[in-house]
Design a protein. Structure first.
Length: 389
């Protein structure tokens, strides 16, 4: 057991070890039955060898002591788990000097909380340090009891820090936190290099105007890599310094990507409707003109048989404006990928728009921002011979 009660105060075994005089005092107090178990109140003694870390143990009869059971469970935990628990405890003690912080605290029945933090008079946080293989039932049971007792709780999962695209890719506990935590966030501490990552799942729906079709992103999880030193308590969960701002930037990029694509789709459907209206009038009036015939869609073998719809000047214009506004690297990649596959008419639609922008700068200097985007794209796809000097 890592702690005991001595004269109504908590004593941690590893603190006793630091100074000879403390070890002497505590050993003698143990002899006089003055050290009491945190769980059952029975006398305990202080033990320390030269290899194993210091600990307290019962003198006798402790079959029913749940603190003893918890301590034995902890003994089986990895060295990394103990190291991270101590590191987190030290971090919170320094970060919140006025808070009451305990390791192994009994906040709820039949369970010992790894770290508890009491801020102010009644705001209590329970921090659980979990192995990634924790069972669903145990996770749910603990969360339910915390909720029923109005204790704020969060989990720190020990695992490798990796990029997650969707919650399906994650171990169960990570997936459960992304879906069920207060802000759809998840905190992982890397058991090897002790780095920390905070993840947040974007639960917004991105549905195109006038349809039920959802925009498909590559993933919906934002990952922010930082260190344990930046861990903070925020409202009703754990968070990290600077996370909210970075997440907001990421979310804005997603929104502009969606809006650009939505604009392109709206424009296209508008043009389709215009076209069919024109066709109808001309059929009615009995006049058929050449431009009423639709060009056959070109099948691009690279698109595996799917119909390849060419982008027009309007499409390129919308996306270039979005890139100039939002600096979205995703959109930039989208246009570049598109142009690499484009046939000559699509490519020249892009060049013609670039020429117009270049021309416009003479009268409207703000158009330079669009010219910059065009030129960056041409350089990136290796077509710099098209740059207008
Ligand atoms: Zn006990």
């Amino acid at each position: 057991m890592e702690k005991c009660i001595f004269k109504n105060k908590t004593v941690y075994a590893n603190n006793v070890t630091k100074h000879f005089i403390d070890e002497k005092l505590i050993r003698e107090a143990g002899g006089k039955n003055q050290l009491l178990c945190y769980g059952c109140g029975q006398p305990v003694t202080y033990n320390r060898g030269e290899i194993r870390k210091a600990y307290f143990s019962h003198k006798k009869d402790h079959e029913k002591c749940d603190y003893d059971k918890y301590s034995k469970l902890c003994q089986n935990r990895s060295e990394g788990w103990h190291k991270i628990k101590e590191m987190l405890y030290q971090h919170f003690v320094h970060r919140y000097p006025n808070a009451e912080i305990e390791k192994s605290d009994k906040l709820i029945p039949n369970h010992w909380t790894d770290i508890s933090i009491t801020l102010g008079t009644d705001k209590k946080y329970a921090i659980e340090i979990a192995d990634k293989r924790i069972s669903s039932k145990k996770l749910t049971d603990i969360c339910t009891v915390y909720k029923n007792n109005s204790i704020i709780f969060d989990w720190i999962v020990l695992d490798k820090v990796t990029d997650l695209q969707t919650d399906m890719d994650a171990y169960y506990i990570k997936r459960a936190r992304l879906n069920e935590s207060a802000n759809n966030t998840l905190i992982v501490v890397d058991i090897d290099d002790l780095s920390l990552a905070m993840y947040k799942m974007d639960i917004n729906k991105y549905i195109y105007t006038h349809t039920t079709i959802e925009h498909s992103f590559e993933g919906n999880i934002f990952c922010y890599k930082t260190t344990v030193g930046n861990l903070i308590l925020k409202d009703d969960s754990l968070s990290t310094e600077g996370f909210d701002e970075k997440y907001a930037d990421w979310l804005n990029c997603r929104k502009s990507e969606f809006e650009a694509e939505n604009g392109i789709r709206q424009e296209r459907s508008l043009r389709r409707r215009e076209k069919s209206k024109n066709n109808n009038t001309s059929v009615k009036s009995g006049v058929l003109q050449n431009n009423h015939f639709k060009n056959p869609s070109r099948l691009n073998p690279r698109y595996h048989g799917r119909v390849y719809t060419e982008w027009s000047e309007v499409d390129f214009r919308n996306i270039v404006v979005s890139i100039a506004k939002g600096q979205s690297s995703y959109l930039l990649k989208q246009v570049e990928g598109r142009l690499k596959q484009a046939g000559s008419s699509e490519f020249f639609a892009f060049i013609s728009l670039y020429e117009k922008a270049k021309e416009a700068v003479k009268e409207k200097p703000y158009a330079q921002q669009y010219v910059d985007v065009f030129e960056q794209i041409l350089i990136n796809i290796g077509r710099d011979s098209y740059l207008i000097r």
